[in-house]
Design a protein around this ligand. Structure first.
Ligand code: SF4
Ligand code: SF4
Length: 302
């Protein structure tokens, strides 16, 4: 039976820092129930897609007929921030990870098919798959109180992607550990979204509000200077103390972003310019109206 170590060199060559295998089986009852209660409590805000395909989210076998293994891979996007950076989350500095990670995983999936046979399906945040749950199940890392997957010795600034395979790989073991529970993320969270029980209320999270929320921001929202996304709960986490700069030029901060002022975005940017500036970037997710709304909100709160 193949193991994740049989494909680690291929994964490393493609820029991943690790890849681990989990057996395809239904999500454990407690975790499924917790997620479904989170949805029932409306803590997912307007991210209605999270409430859809509950059966698939509970059972990833429904994503690929005959699936036996979920391989989870991680790629580093961390870069050392500089004082003149725009207020956007680090993950959105360069090219859209959906495209970058998918291309690389498709290449890895082809290698797997050639070497071990079977069918594969690549998922990069686009399928109803409990990504962090499977990352933890595979032993790639563990989930911190900040709701991020933490990779021991490497931190949490990673894009994740999965390959479902009909080939049975030997399952790696979950790490069976927790973060150091310092609660710095809970104390520092600018939206008060993180709870001591490890849950998150997305409706209060500035990442959700600046990216996913459509229309006017809820009354009283203070974006605290965050234009797109928020990294605070990762910045304060001691597990990120040794985060290493990514080797990937495609995740470097685009020069054009440095020239963008809040005032310019709020008052002068056009739809066309938005589309050109953020072509191939994850920032398009918030749409022109969203980015303008965020910039205006920050200016109004000053
Ligand atoms: S991304 Fe920001 S607002 Fe959201 S939970 Fe983390 S620290 Fe809080
Ligand atoms: S900041 Fe502390 S409590 Fe929060 S995830 Fe990191 S180690 Fe855990």
């Amino acid at each position: 039976m193949p193991t994740s170590r049989d494909i680690i060199d291929d994964a490393l060559r493609l820029g991943f820092i690790d890849i681990r295998a989990a057996r395809v089986e239904p999500v454990d009852h407690a975790s499924a129930a917790m997620f479904e209660q989170w949805i029932a409590d409306q803590r997912h805000g307007s991210m209605d897609y999270l409430a859809r395909y509950a059966d698939v989210r509970r059972n990833p076998a429904l994503l690929l007929e005959g699936a036996r293994t979920i391989l989870v891979a991680a790629i580093n996007y961390y870069r050392h921030p500089s004082p003149d950076d725009p207020a956007i989350a680090l993950y959105a500095s360069g090219d859209d990870y959906h495209t970058v990670v998918r291309e690389r995983l498709e290449s890895l999936a082809e290698t797997i098919r050639q070497r071990f046979g079977g069918e594969t399906r690549v998922c990069v945040d686009t399928a109803p798959l409990r990504e962090r749950y499977w990352s933890a199940q595979s032993g790639l890392g563990f989930i911190g109180l900040n709701n991020q997957l933490i990779i021991p010795g490497a931190g949490s600034y990673f894009f994740l992607g999965e390959i479902l395979s009909t080939v049975e790989f030997e399952a790696d073991q979950p790490l069976n550990r927790t973060c150091c529970r310092c609660r710095k993320c809970i104390a520092a969270c600018p939206g008060g979204a993180l709870k001591p029980d490890g849950s998150i209320d997305a409706r209060k999270c500035l990442s959700y509000l600046t990216i996913e929320h459509r229309g006017a921001l809820p009354e009283g929202t203070d974006l605290k200077g965050h234009l797109y996304g928020c990294d605070v709960c990762q910045q304060v986490c001691p597990h990120n103390a040794d985060a290493r700069h990514t080797d990937e030029p495609c995740f470097a901060l685009r020069d054009s972003y440095r020239k963008l002022s809040l005032r310019y975005i709020a008052e002068q940017m056009t739809q066309e310019e938005f589309s050109t500036t953020f072509r191939g970037s994850a920032i398009k997710r918030t749409k022109f109206e969203g980015l303008q709304r965020n910039a205006k909100s920050i200016l109004d709160s000053k």
